[in-house]
Design a protein around this ligand. Structure first.
Ligand SMILES: [Zn+2]
Length: 412
């Protein structure tokens, strides 16, 4: 495997605009995702992957057949073709920086955009490596085209070297991950894997095996509206009660802007309404799932106090589950993480198990029954014009995949 192979693939893929669009009524949300998917399917066919196909939802599936006759678990490599709606993905002009000198990088399309070493401490260890940035006017799309390039490069390697003994590998490229619909149309039966790996992680050598558990609370406050002229003793202002409700949620101890690491959060992110009725949407997040119930209880307690203080007001707290900590599902297949560690060590990395203060497609897949940790593939500064990647980090992530196929090929 060469760094040129992974670089050339990456440069090809990022120049196809696959930005997801939340306001779209179609699946996938944008046609560029279908274009890239078709290209990937064709490239897989050209590598000799005979069953490569794209379904009506744009999902690309393919199988790298086992090169031995042993019975072993099927693994899946998963990445998403779409890019974030937060920064334009149109007309991406990737710039390759060979033999990086350790300096701040001024992006020529918009010189006010500077990738500073002070803000990107990981750059210090990448002197002499090959980086790819944008020209400053778009995102790069390393999230997740770095993951796609790694998977394609590893597939090319295995197809070109049938003497490498490995088990069956399913490849799956999904759509619209960035707008929360990455696994809507992934059918686990069709995928047919025992364990999956998403290639959608930062830097190098990291294995995300834990995510938040997540619930959504919708607090609906019902007041009484009446003309202010005759409101004395009769109006009940839902806006005012909503303000008090938000004020009483612990801010220092439970906000994303004041916490880190393993601390959970209560995050009010949207308020809608008026005097008669106001709703507040609140994210409940914790690594420890039972603590979500404590957070819901806290909201319920605030509701009850405020109803006592504002007779006639009605406050309803409705909590719905969103996703669960990946670690809960990985317990039943600890090899998912263990083998990722072995694979990383074999290519000379010092693997680190990390936690994600959010969810991944893997948390949903794990919950549905497919244990799916997330692996590093050289992503940095996601969703931003300051996004960049390191070619050597992508290449080593591809080598990790090749090792994983061999390690699982030896398992039972
Ligand atoms: Zn991603």
């Amino acid at each position: 495997m060469t760094s040129d192979d992974v670089l050339n693939r990456f440069l090809r893929y990022v120049q196809i605009d696959t930005q997801a669009d939340e306001s779209s009524a179609t699946y996938p949300s944008t046609p560029g995702q279908l274009v890239l998917g078709r290209r990937l399917k064709d490239e897989l066919l050209a590598l000799g992957v005979r069953d490569a196909s794209q379904d009506e939802h744009g999902i690309v599936l393919a199988t790298l057949p086992a090169t031995h006759k042993k019975k072993c678990p099927v693994i899946a490599w998963i990445a998403h073709v779409d890019t974030s709606p937060e920064t334009s993905g149109h007309g991406v002009k990737p710039i390759v920086h060979r033999n990086y000198a350790g300096n701040d990088i001024v992006l020529p399309g918009d010189p006010s955009k500077v990738i500073r070493v002070a803000d990107n401490p990981e750059l210090a260890s990448l002197v002499g490596k090959m980086l790819v940035t944008t020209d400053g006017t778009t995102l790069l799309g390393a999230d997740d085209k770095a993951g796609i390039a790694c998977i394609m490069s590893a597939a090319a390697q295995l197809m070109a070297h049938p003497e490498i003994p490995h088990g069956p590998v399913r490849i799956c490229f999904t759509c619209d991950e960035e707008i929360g619909h990455g696994v809507d149309h992934v059918d686990l039966k069709t995928l047919g894997a025992h364990v999956g790996y998403t290639l959608d992680g930062g830097g190098t050598g990291e294995i995300d095996g834990e995510t938040f558990s997540a619930d959504l609370a919708v607090v609906t406050i019902t007041g009484v509206n009446i003309h202010p002229a005759i409101a004395r003793g009769r109006m009940i202002n839902a806006v005012r009660i909503a303000a008090a409700f938000v004020e009483r949620m612990p801010w220092q101890a439970l906000s994303p802007e004041t916490t880190c690491d393993r601390a959970g959060i209560l995050h009010p992110y949207k308020i809608d309404g008026g005097v008669a009725s106001t709703s507040i949407r609140v994210l409940l997040r914790d690594f420890d799932t039972p603590k979500l119930a404590e957070k819901a209880k806290l909201l319920q307690g605030i509701a009850e106090l405020l109803m006592a203080e504002h007779p006639g007001a009605k406050i309803d707290v409705k909590v719905t589950p969103q996703y669960r900590n990946m670690a809960e599902g990985l317990v039943k297949e600890p090899r998912a993480l263990d083998f990722a560690e072995v694979a990383m060590k074999r290519v000379g990395l010092s693997p680190k198990r990390t936690i994600v203060r959010g969810g991944t497609d893997g948390s949903r897949l794990t919950e549905l029954g497919l244990p799916t940790p997330n692996l590093s593939c050289g992503e940095h500064n996601l969703h931003s014009p300051l996004e960049w990647t390191c070619v050597e980090e992508m290449e080593i992530a591809a080598r990790v995949l090749v090792e994983l196929a061999q390690i699982w090929g030896d398992a039972h």
